[in-house]
Ligand binder design. Structure first.
Ligand SMILES: CC(C)(COP(=O)(O)OP(=O)(O)OC[C@H]1O[C@@H](n2cnc3c(N)ncnc32)[C@H](O)[C@@H]1OP(=O)(O)O)[C@@H](O)C(=O)NCCC(=O)NCCS
Length: 293
């Protein structure tokens, strides 16, 4: 399968500045020059790295600080093919010169992993990949009501998300920027939550769609509210929205050991794929700093 996943994560499904006007200087035209305009994606520290200015062949790579740590950078190819080795070397040199110590990738399928592996990346996290078809005229029956997650809910959503993923590895823990990015990684996105009787958010979901492909980007339920059908209601809401908005397939990934999430997705018609995804990592410790840095 030749695509990677957009949470935190993908790639070719992400809307990029290449899709829009390119003359406003937000995107640079050469691998040797890099745009550092923080307004590019509205998240501090996020940059676009462009290889080849021709809009038909450009590779655009998003570089973002990993969980707020500027010395660890996530590289996500947001347009064009995964760069082959000579471009990969220049990218790694650039990051090394910038003082980056560790580089992580998005969650990649086997084809997209190859150039990174050739450039010295090794597996960091394996992910299960599950998918299902969406039939627009046959939506799953509605479950518990969900509400839009608004800006004023953000702190409470982040707090519950933190509790839900407290036992997970660092890869799964979201800060404010990661949560914001999850919603920007696709053409359109839906953020929903479920509140308890006191009005406190106890579950939230971020779902994205690019073209006809839907992605369950984030799902978290407050640990003390698990087992009440909240996760299920958010999945159903996501599938119904995807069906209405033109998606024909839905994808989700999860940790192999997260049986609770896996079972939830299986109950909602997802099927586990034989080949999963992998997040790769590379230390830049072996690279020599260039003399001018
Ligand atoms: C995975 C997760 C989202 C599941 O959320 P949840 O709200 O507990 O899920 P549900 O309640 O809908 O379904 C889970 C169980 O409740 C049962 N259930 C469903 N509706 C129910 C209802 N109305 N009343 C009581 N139980 C119900 C389900 O049958 C299921 O049973 P099980 O415990 O035997 O598996 C939640 O555990 C979570 O946030 N985990 C940490 C973060 C995470 O892993 N996110 C997904 C990563 S990809």
């Amino acid at each position: 399968m030749h695509w990677s996943y957009p949470v935190d994560i993908n790639v070719r499904t992400e809307r990029t500045t290449v899709d829009g006007p390119r003359k406003d200087g937000r995107v640079v035209n050469s691998i040797d020059r890099l745009g550092t305009d923080l307004s590019v994606v509205g998240i501090p520290g996020v940059e676009r790295f462009v290889i080849d200015a021709d809009p038909n062949t450009s590779i655009v790579i998003r570089l973002s600080p990993w969980r707020g740590n500027a010395q660890t950078v996530q590289v996500v190819v947001v347009a064009g093919p995964t760069p082959q080795s000579r471009y990969m070397d220049r990218l790694l040199n650039y990051l090394d010169n910038r003082g980056v110590l560790t580089v992580v990738t998005a969650a990649l399928g086997p084809t997209d992993q190859r150039p990174f592996v050739e450039a010295g990346f090794t597996p960091h996290e394996h992910l299960l990949l599950l998918g299902r078809a969406i039939k627009p005229n046959d939506p799953p029956p509605r479950e518990r009501r969900t509400r839009p997650a608004r800006r004023q809910d953000q702190d409470a959503v982040l707090a519950l998300d933190k509790r839900a993923f407290a036992a997970s590895s660092a890869f799964w823990r979201f800060d404010k920027a990661a949560l914001a990015e999850a919603g920007r990684a696709t053409q359109t996105c839906r953020r929903r939550l479920i509140k308890d009787s006191h009005g406190h958010p106890i579950g939230h979901a971020v779902t994205g769609r690019t073209s006809t492909i839907g992605f369950l980007q984030r799902l978290a339920v407050n640990p003390s509210n698990e087992g009440q059908g909240i996760g299920s209601a958010l999945v159903v809401d996501a599938l119904r929205w995807l069906g209405r908005s033109g998606a024909r397939e839905a994808w989700v990934n999860t940790q192999p050991a997260n049986l609770r999430a896996r079972d939830l997705y299986l109950r909602h018609g997802f099927v586990e794929r034989d080949v999963g995804l992998a997040v790769l990592i590379r230390s830049l410790a072996d690279m020599k700093q260039s003399p001018d840095q």
